[in-house]
Design a protein around this ligand. Structure first.
Ligand code: PLP
Length: 359
């Protein structure tokens, strides 16, 4: 039976990438040993990290004045590292609280005792929508403005980004990076844990406008400064070599399959198929309001929690795994990242229909 993986993260990777990694795992391209045993300073790895960066630059059309870094510590470390590097003494940091991950980033501002202004708080509507993006008041004097572009747990996503003028826009794109076309020049800094859409856990991608890195104050530890990793070309210390290698294969796969335009078109079609079915089912209920629904994480409920449990078990016996909602919100969640094919979504819809019929 073919298995389709709807895990939220770590999540599905293209099958062809997994098979390619397997095929060259024990003997990397004829060198006689595995790439995970290779020095991060060796020519073979140099080729990999350069190709990974070049692929990302091509896919996202990243301008020259932006750096691309492969770091560790996950998106969670970026919650702390961004303000350490981008704060400006005396200036306030703006943030939009659209869910758990944005909330955690905001908490780090308090820990660092930085002045903040939260322009939007979705708690009252249980983060079921991102409301009034165009009406948010962006103060031109802020050090930067932070958002989480896709809220993995609540299944909401920014359909458009706020206009921030000269205020650098900082985005946690852990769960939607490379899922759609993007104008990088609208952002000051983008960060993403790899394990949702672009590789295995262990690597964090940071894309930042070069001049912003220069803001960093004197008291920030060496490893936590973007300038350290820019100067070291992500090789200041040992980087997560295996994760970078897989990211290179994933981005090769994206380029071979039409780039972001094709990924976006496919993601739109997959999300539409699933939401349309849910909305018309008279049984399943999507938790996110239509205007700002995520194309990556489709959150839904059944009439009762017992039915949710039974559905998740039924789906699993039919080869559909990873459909349990986040423990904070319960319910069901189908994460349909780039690597989940349309056939997976169609199969899911079939199984949902069958479950409903027998409920
Ligand atoms: C998963 C996730 C995180 C946490 O990532 P880690 O790499 O585990 O620190 C942060 N933000 C978003 C949007 C996520 O989906």
């Amino acid at each position: 039976m073919q298995v389709f993986n709807f895990n939220a993260g770590p999540a599905a990777l293209p099958r062809s990438v997994i098979l390619k990694a397997q095929a060259e795992f024990a003997d990397y391209r004829g060198c006689g040993y595995s790439i995970i045993e290779e020095s991060h300073r060796a020519a073979a790895f140099d080729e990999i990290i350069q190709a990974a960066e070049a692929n990302l630059r091509k896919l996202l059309n990243i301008p020259e004045n932006y750096d691309v870094l492969f770091l560790q510590g996950g998106a969670s470390l970026q919650f702390a590292m961004v303000p350490m590097n981008l704060q400006v003494p005396g200036k306030t940091i703006g943030y939009a609280d659209t869910g758990v991950w944005a909330h955690k980033a905001i908490k780090e501002l308090d820990i660092q005792q930085l002045p903040k202004q939260v322009v939007y708080d979705g708690a009252a509507i249980n983060y079921s929508e991102i409301q009034g993006i165009r009406e948010w008041r962006i103060d031109p004097d802020w050090a930067y403005f932070g958002i989480c572009s896709n809220n993995t747990i609540y299944g909401t996503e920014f359909p458009e980004f706020p206009e921030t003028g000269n205020v650098p826009l900082v985005a946690d794109m852990s769960s939607d990076i490379l899922s759609r076309r993007l104008d990088i020049t609208k952002f000051g800094l983008i960060f993403a844990g790899a394990q949702k859409n672009i590789g295995p856990a262990g690597m964090t991608l940071v894309i930042l406008r070069h001049d912003l890195a220069e803001r960093c104050g004197k008291n920030v530890p060496t490893m936590l400064r973007y300038t350290t990793h820019i100067e070291g070309k992500s090789l200041f210390n040992t980087p997560p070599t295996f994760a970078i290698y897989i990211n290179r294969l994933v981005t090769d796969w994206m380029l071979e399959n039409g780039g972001l335009e094709a990924m976006e078109a496919q993601n739109i079609a997959k999300a539409k198929a699933l939401y349309d079915f849910i909305d018309n089912s008279g049984f399943y209920r999507a938790t996110a309001a239509p205007a700002t629904r995520s194309r990556m994480n489709v959150c839904f409920r059944l009439p009762t929690e017992d039915q949710e449990k039974a559905f998740i078990a039924f789906a699993k016996t039919n080869g559909l795994v990873g459909l349990k909602g986040h423990r904070k919100v319960g319910g069901c969640r189908a994460s349909i990242y780039n690597a989940v094919p349309m056939e997976g979504v169609q199969r899911l819809v079939e199984i949902m229909k069958e479950f409903q019929k027998n409920a």
